[in-house]
Design a protein around this ligand. Structure first.
Ligand SMILES: Cc1cc2nc3c(=O)[nH]c(=O)nc-3n(C[C@H](O)[C@H](O)[C@H](O)COP(=O)(O)O)c2cc1C
Length: 225
């Protein structure tokens, strides 16, 4: 299997990390290569803030303070999902949540257990590197799709280099605190966070492997002999 195929098929979201630090040179190498991600019109509409050490601790502290005051967050900077998510998409989303909490033996009706796990998002799940991916507020759907290119490239390269990641849209729930703390210019808004580090192989949550729809459900092949 080629390195790309291997990374695509084996990358998965990681939600528990070892305390082991990640070399700055390695993080730089990954992001430097991710610059080659494609974007419509080559706009490269991404801005990444990479935090570690004291800078990461400071952000987590600020966010913890905000969540202590407003446990539900600050309202979303953008809707993560459309208001009327169709039944098929709802089912996939619910399944993903069920499977995630099942790895921890957290029951469906255990609201506080689920909330406790969800809150770990705002520590980057203990990852030694936390990144915030931002975009110009004026950008539209096309450029947000480009952000996905950049995000996936980072995650695949990280995987290839033995690192683990988790993309985290939930950071939009504390977007005001994050944007203020990072002193982002007014024209930039946070799209998502990315936890980066070495996976904790012993942690049950990292055993989650999500399902995918079969090929013929998502693609139609026409005109092949
Ligand atoms: C843009 C984006 C945002 C995400 N936000 C979160 C998040 O806030 N918290 C979380 O635990 N997982 C988050 N995920 C991870 C997804 O749940 C995960 O990618 C999906 O269930 C497929 O699983 P896999 O990444 O292990 O293949 C996000 C993924 C993407 C691509």
């Amino acid at each position: 299997m080629s390195a790309v195929m291997h990374a695509v098929k084996n990358r998965h979201s990681t939600r528990a990390f070892l305390p082991r630090a990640v070399d700055e040179a390695l993080v730089r190498e990954i992001i430097d290569a991710a610059r080659y991600s494609p974007s419509s019109g080559n706009l490269q509409p991404w801005k990444l803030i990479v935090l570690s050490g004291g800078s990461l601790q400071q952000l987590k502290k600020e966010v913890a303070h905000t969540l202590a005051q407003s446990p539900r967050g600050e309202g979303m900077g953008y809707p993560i999902y459309p208001e009327n998510l169709g039944a098929a998409y709802q089912a996939r989303r619910a399944q993903c949540g069920e499977d995630l909490y099942a790895t921890l033996n957290v029951a469906r009706d255990d609201r506080s257990g689920r909330a406790k796990q969800f809150a770990k998002n705002f520590t980057f799940f203990g990852a030694p590197v936390g990144m915030l991916l931002a975009v110009d507020r004026g950008m539209g759907a096309g450029q947000w799709a480009d952000l996905g290119m950049f995000l996936q490239t980072i995650m695949l390269l990280a995987h290839e280099r033995g690192l683990a990641t988790c993309a985290q849209a939930c950071w939009t729930l504390v977007h005001k605190t994050v944007e203020r703390h990072l002193e982002l210019p007014d024209e930039l808004m946070v799209f998502c966070g990315i936890a980066l580090g070495y996976s904790d192989p012993e942690h049950p949550i990292n055993s989650l492997r999500t399902a995918r729809a079969p090929l013929d459900e998502l693609a139609e092949f026409r005109g092949f002999e």
